[in-house]
Design a protein around this ligand. Structure first.
Ligand SMILES: C[S@@+](CC[C@H](N)C(=O)[O-])C[C@H]1O[C@@H](n2cnc3c(N)ncnc32)[C@H](O)[C@@H]1O
Length: 234
C-alpha cells in the first residue's frame, strides 16, 4: 500500500511561511537535532555520497548537510509545492543548485535505481496513521538504499492514551510557554497533535524499522516527545 498523509498545501498544520520559526520554538532542540543527524551521517559516509531527503519541507536538511567541505549530492522529496518553493529559495541563496535537486511527490514515485548511500526522514512519519502507511513509507525508503546505508528517522513518539504521553502534555505546555508561545498558539498546537499527528511507542518505531529492512538502531536524540534514531539498511 502507499501512504496516507497530511497535505501541507491544502490543510497545513502550520502556515508554510511560519514553519521555520515555529519549528525552532515548538521542537525541543530542533537545531541541535539536525546537527546530530549530520554527525550520524558523517560517521558513516565519505565526502562524496548521494542522499535521499524524504520530507525535505522548507530545506532545513538540504542546507545543513550542504555546508562545509562535503560534496554530497541530495534529492529532496516532498509532496508540498509550497514547502518546496521555500526550499528552492534557500538552495539558491546557499549556492547549492549543483548538488541539490527537488522532487515534488512521494518516495514511492521515485525510480528504484540508482540506489542512495543514505536517507533521512525527519519530522514526517508522525503525520501518517499507523494503518500500514508508516511501514509503507519506511519500505519505500529502504527499497532505494544501498546495503549498509545509514538512515535517520526523527519522529514524535509515545502512544496516545498512555500515562507516558498524558504526562508529557503539561511538560510540553510549560516548555512552549518558556519558549514564548502564546496561549492561543499552544492550544492550537495541542489540537493539531490530537487531530493530525499519530505518534507510536518507541518499541513500535523500532519494530517498523526492522520490518522495513533496517537493523542496528540506536537512538541519537531525544527532545521530550521527539526521538531520533539512526538505523542501517540490511
Ligand atoms: C514538519 S515538516 C518537516 C520538514 C523538515 N524535514 C524539517 O526537519 O523541518 C514535514 C514535511 O513532510 C512532508 N510530507 C508529508 N507527508 C509526506 C510523505 N508521505 N512523504 C514525504 N514527505 C511528506 C510535508 O509536506 C512537510 O513538508
Amino acid at each position: 500500500m502507499s501512504e496516507k498523509t497530511i497535505d501541507f498545501d491544502t490543510n497545513p498544520p502550520v502556515a508554510t511561511n511560519e514553519y521555520d520559526n515555529l519549528a525552532q520554538i515548538a521542537l525541543p532542540g530542533y537545531e541541535a537535532m539536525h546537527t546530530m543527524a549530520l554527525s550520524c551521517l558523517k560517521a558513516h559516509l565519505s565526502e562524496i555520497a548521494s542522499l535521499l531527503i524524504v520530507g525535505a519541507g522548507t530545506g532545513k536538511e538540504l542546507v545543513k548537510f550542504g555546508q562545509g567541505n562535503l560534496q554530497w549530492q541530495m534529492l529532496g522529496v516532498d509532496p508540498s509545492a509550497n514547502m518546496l518553493s521555500i526550499a528552492q529559495e534557500k538552495i539558491q541563496q546557499h549556492n547549492l543548485s549543483q548538488r541539490v535537486q527537488l522532487f515534488q511527490g512521494y518516495t514511492y514515485d521515485l525510480p528504484t535505481t540508482p540506489l542512495y548511500d543514505a536517507a533521512t526522514c525527519i519530522l514526517v512519519m508522525h503525520f501518517l496513521p499507523d494503518d500500514g502507511s508508516k511501514l509503507a513509507l519506511l519500505q519505500s525508503i529502504a527499497q532505494r538504499l544501498k546495503s549498509s546505508a545509514p538512515f535517520i528517522l526523527v519522529d514524535l513518539f509515545g502512544e496516545k492514551g498512555t500515562r507516558e504521553l498524558e504526562q508529557m502534555v503539561p511538560i510540553l505546555k510549560a516548555y512552549w510557554q518558556e519558549m514564548g508561545m502564546k496561549l492561543e498558539q499552544i492550544e492550537l498546537s495541542l489540537l493539531t497533535v490530537n487531530t493530525s499527528v499519530y505518534p507510536i511507542a518507541e518499541a513500535k518505531e523500532l519494530e517498523l524499522l526492522r520490518q522495513a529492512g533496517f537493523g542496528n538502531m540506536i537512538r541519537f536524540y531525544t527532545g521530550l516527545w521527539c526521538g531520533g534514531w539512526v538505523a542501517i539498511k540490511n
